[in-house]
Design a protein around this ligand. Sequence first.
Ligand code: FES
Length: 215
Amino acid sequence: MIRITVDGKEIQTEQGKTILQACLENGIYIPNLCFLETREQPRASCRLCFVETSDAERPVTACTETVRDGLDVRTNTEAVRRLQRTAFKLIMSAHHCTPKTCPVAKPCQLMRIARHIQVGLNPRPLETLERDVQEEVDLTFFTYYPFRCVMCGKCVDVCRDRNERNPLTFAKRGFDTVVTFFGSGASNLPCDDCGACVAVCPTGALIPKPPPSES
Ligand code: FES
């Protein structure tokens, strides 16, 4: 075991853990959307988990940085909050869900992050970005809502972990990127309906369909 200090509090953790893992396991919340425990190479795409450390000049992403004995970590400095708020506003500029329409058991991850970094869910002064995508897409076992999707990639990653065929993937590019099934013909079931992708979605972009009635 090694010791690190987070916001003045000493915690114990294991060599090889990331700062984000060590903090979350010790009950210290750091905003995150793309972190997936089982993924060896973090995507680091949401840019929300910034922290400052005693041995780096600039803030670093806590999901990519591993712990070192004696490391001093700050999770709530001005520089950290500035970066987190910028990243969050960018995410919310393409996210059309509101607390009233959110299908996730409250509070959803976005509401939790907004409260933690003290920023509103409305992206002002950034404009809302228009995306050339459908409101909802039928994906056999579940429905995909592109305007709720924050492109964290957790559904694609967990699907890759569980299915050799790796059916769930990204399609299109930039702000028009969507999650979809790869190469599934109409007569083939695209996956085994394990539900893992729905379970890891932090924003209600994947909602399971009710099972078909027997009659
Ligand atoms: S959790 Fe670290 S960048 Fe998303």
